[in-house]
Unconditional design. Structure first.
Lengths: 99, 376
């Protein structure tokens, strides 16, 4: 379990992005600093009933979460939450989780 | 553009891949049919562009070899739902410049559910690293949330998306090539198995097997021509809500270049991976005069007051992978040539075709649009 979402902040103009970019869309800079963000607010939630090709339904909650800097990330919800809910983001293995 | 579209064909879409009929078989059929339509022999073809999610490990050169084509111009396009219009633009420039004299543009896929799932899990690096591990279930979840945003921003209800799906199904009844032609009722739409709320079964294009092809030559006499064609890639860096597509960026240039506006369009083939994306594109391209999408659905889409997605679109005709980006082009050409039997729009002269696709992280990053005309 990691500290949260890994944001990439441009060393030249301080704009921050997720996922990581190669060059900054604002200033063209290529030097980045990582920082971790744990706080977010749920914007939308959907229940995916089953993945294409899945034989049995395995419902899961997928959410759009807005970070304090305005970036939006896609995360898995542990339990149903309404839009507007404050959440804490953690990264379990490869999966970003909001609770 | 000084080029003519002289052949168009769709290798019949089938709901399920058939034994021994892989992607290559459908691509070969589409080429054969399009060349027959154009009255050209394979030996006369000197350019090929192809888009497919299931060519691997082959590339365009391998396909050219298998198709028996000896070429001086070759392109593999990887812009998904925008690839059809994109390839058309490249092909027109190639024949204008004299780099080729007869170009086939081609797209198709024949993937089963497992193939589609595998493609969705490894669609790009961001997907493989950040979406697949969530069990995101493919783009349905992303467009479900985009649809929620559009409902909130524009005051749309689920039944409005239903009206669009029902109208396209009504058009499909006139298209013998559509995979789904039975009338759809609002009750059936509302009660359909949920996919990812608010999306249900009829909001998602059914995956089929098939392929589409066009033949492009230097301009010759009367026929179908491309009056304007523009693209937009990565217009907002995935930093917005996705409700404003790349079409908003290309629309002013498109209409200026076409010397026409939305009101002049007789037939519109609008890329319809989801109903919300049809509405977003029509809005971005200026079809919704007062910006009131609920009214537009009620007064234009539902009564089919304008000819939009006359083939039934991907939602009813089916989506054969990358062929989804060419399906609307083939339909527009057939309409302009007055060959859209069963659904012909009387005296169709100007057509709009849009493409949209390639979800970079949260929504499509590629858009392309063309205005086609029947020149007499």
């Amino acid at each position: 379990v990691s500290a949260g979402v890994e944001l990439s902040r441009c060393a030249s103009c301080a704009a921050a992005f997720f996922p990581a970019r190669l060059l900054c869309p604002r200033c063209g800079g290529g030097q980045w600093q990582s920082e971790y963000v744990r706080d977010g607010v749920v914007e939308e939630v959907t229940t995916v009933q089953r993945a294409i090709g899945a034989t049995a339904p395995e419902p899961r909650l997928i959410a759009t979460v807005r970070l304090p800097g305005g970036q939006r990330v896609i995360a898995r919800l542990e339990r149903p939450l309404a839009p507007g809910s404050d959440v804490t983001l953690t990264r379990d293995g490869g999966a970003l989780s909001a609770r | 553009m000084r080029a003519s579209i002289v052949g168009a064909a769709e290798a019949t879409y089938t709901r399920h891949p058939q034994a021994g009929r892989d992607t290559n078989a459908f691509l070969a059929d589409a080429v054969t049919l399009a060349l027959r339509d154009a009255g050209l022999a394979a030996a006369q073809v000197d350019g090929l562009a192809v888009s497919s999610f299931s060519l691997a490990p082959d590339h365009a050169i391998d396909l050219a070899w298998r198709l028996g084509l000896s070429l001086r111009w070759l392109l593999e396009d990887t812009n998904g739902g925008a690839s059809g219009v994109d390839m058309l633009g490249h092909a027109c420039r190639a024949v204008e410049a004299g780099d080729a004299s007869a170009v086939v543009i081609l797209a198709g896929d024949a993937q089963d559910a497992a193939g589609v799932a595998a493609r969705q899990a490894t669609f790009n690096r961001a997907t493989a690293e950040h979406l697949a591990p969530l069990g995101y279930g493919g783009p349905n979840s992303l467009f479900a949330m985009l649809t929620q945003r559009q409902m909130r921003a524009c005051g749309l209800e689920r039944s409005d998306y239903g009206a669009l799906a029902i109208a396209q199904r009504a058009w499909a009844a006139g298209n013998p090539g559509a995979a789904y032609r039975e009338p759809l009722t609002l009750d059936e739409y509302m009660r359909a198995p949920p996919v990812a709320d608010p999306l249900g079964r009829y909001d998602c294009p059914p995956q089929v097997a098939g392929a589409d092809a066009l033949v492009i030559t230097p301009q010759r006499g009367p026929g179908v021509r491309v009056r304007a064609l523009l693209r937009s890639f990565n217009h907002d860096h995935q930093e917005s809500d996705g409700l404003r597509t790349g079409h908003a960026a290309l629309a002013p240039g498109l209409w200026n270049s076409a010397g026409a506006g939305p009101a002049d369009i007789d037939v519109a083939c609008v890329y319809d991976d989801y109903p919300a994306i049809v509405l977003a594109q029509l809005s971005d391209l200026g079809f919704v005069v007062d910006g009131e999408l609920p009214r537009f659905v009620r007064e234009v889409i539902a009564p089919r007051a304008r000819a939009i997605n006359t083939s039934g679109g991907l939602l009813s005709a089916g989506q054969a992978g990358a062929a989804g980006g060419m399906h609307g082009l083939v339909e527009a050409v057939q309409q302009l040539r007055q060959r859209a039997t069963g659904r012909q729009v009387a005296s169709a002269r100007l057509a709009l075709v849009t493409g949209y696709g390639m979800v970079a992280y949260r929504y499509g990053a590629a858009a392309a649009a063309a205005v086609l005309e029947m020149a007499r």
